[in-house]
Design a protein around this ligand. Structure first.
Ligand code: SAM
Ligand code: SF4
Ligand code: FES
Length: 353
């Protein structure tokens, strides 16, 4: 039997707030949502799953987001920084494994000046002209974003975390603001980056109305990539007694995103794989089409502890590559190793191999 609400969302790529509320809260539409999301994803991207090599290059952070284990106030966190040479060695390994996108992610660490970031980006650009370079290093002045772009970065990941400013204030200390985060996203788009935004599902104090506000914000921003994952508690944060987000709600939100943003690159996140052993496979079957295997040196992986029990900390990069390939195939898809650019056109599936 067809589900009228799901069909309407698929057709119109939009619903009223009360209709969205029903989809988000009920659970009765889950199977129809998942099926429609998978069909839409296959129309646009076929069975391709894009791989992004993730290099977590610093666990230092000057910020104090209340949910994150890397927050400056966490005295128990073990800190590390990768040198330029170590980062380049990760890229070399990733390139040999077939990755054509490198994601440089880290806490907001003032040790890396704009000159240093530009120098690293320039060197990666010179060595791997066929690869996309993605930065995910937080909120910066517009001029810094411009400099990284000129140096050769093409993409930037910055989740808005929550679009509701009051909720944002409940998740962050007073010296951070949701307005500045949104300003960053607008700047990044204007400069010409392919932009990824997104939010945590089930973060403390989050309501259905907050999730609807997230969807409305994304409709305005029209990002190329939307990263969502369950909130997971870290034992050394002020939220240590809060509950984790759920797999069910994360998958439901992924499917809704696929129907609202058919073109989008939607990662099936490590956080999803952390709260459920098959979370990433389920994420792919619910509309996801990107995975971000870890390329960081094994010696530092455990130290990039943004939440408890993070997976893939003991494995070599090549092991994660093989493991993911198997998981992608078992879920019914195919790992591809091109740059995996966004497809905003409606011409349908192209061959990736
Ligand atoms: N510092 C940069 C930033 O905040 O954009 C990049 C690194 S930060 C660790 C990357 C993402 O991790 C954040 O955007 C946030 O959504 C996610 N994150 C942080 N703490 C988390 C937690 N406890 N559970 C799930 N996701 C979390
Ligand atoms: Fe720092 Fe990012 Fe963690 Fe916030 S989420 S404390 S900015 S690493
Ligand atoms: Fe890292 Fe499975 S993906 S071990």
């Amino acid at each position: 039997m067809t589900d009228k609400l799901v069909e309407k969302l698929r057709r119109e790529r939009d619903l009223s707030d009360s209709e969205l509320k029903e989809l988000i809260e009920s659970g009765a539409h889950d199977e129809a949502l998942r099926q429609a999301a998978d069909e839409v994803r296959r129309e646009r991207y076929g069975d391709a799953v894009f791989l992004r090599g993730l290099i977590e290059f610093t666990s230092y952070c000057k910020n104090n987001c209340l949910y994150c284990g890397l927050r400056a106030g966490n005295r128990n966190a073990e800190r590390y920084r990768l040198s330029k040479d170590e980062i380049l060695a990760c890229c070399a390994e990733g390139y040999a494994l077939g990755y054509r996108t490198f994601v440089l992610q880290g806490g907001e660490d003032p040790y890396y000046t704009d000159d240093m970031i530009c120098d690293i980006v320039r060197e990666i650009r010179a060595r791997y002209p066929d690869c996309a370079i993605t930065l995910s290093i937080g909120e910066k002045p517009r001029e810094s974003y411009e400099r990284y772009f000129e140096a050769g970065a093409n993409r930037y990941l910055l989740r808005h975390e929550t679009a509701d400013l009051i909720h944002y204030g409940q998740l962050h200390p007073a010296d951070m603001s949701g307005e500045n985060r949104k300003r960053c996203l607008r700047d990044l788009k204007e400069i010409g980056y392919q932009v990824g935004s997104g939010f945590m599902v089930g973060s403390p104090y989050q309501t259905t109305d907050n999730l609807i506000a997230d969807l409305r914000f994304l409709q305005k921003l029209q990002p190329d990539m939307i990263g969502i994952g369950p909130y997971i508690t870290h034992r050394d944060t002020p939220f240590k007694n809060e509950k984790n987000g759920s797999v069910e709600l994360t998958l439901r939100m992924l499917s809704i995103l696929r129907l609202m943003f058919p073109y989008a690159l939607l990662p099936s996140t490590t956080a999803l794989g952390t709260i459920d052993p098959h979370g990433r496979e389920l994420g792919l079957q619910s509309g996801g089409n990107v995975v971000m295997p870890n390329l960081s040196p094994t010696g530092v992986r455990e130290k990039y502890a943004i939440y408890d029990n993070k997976i893939c900390t003991g494995e070599e990069s090549a092991q994660c590559r093989r493991c993911l390939e198997m998981r992608i195939e078992s879920a019914g898809y195919r790992a591809v190793t091109d740059r995996g650019d966004v497809r905003r056109d409606e011409t349908g599936v192209k061959d990736d191999t």
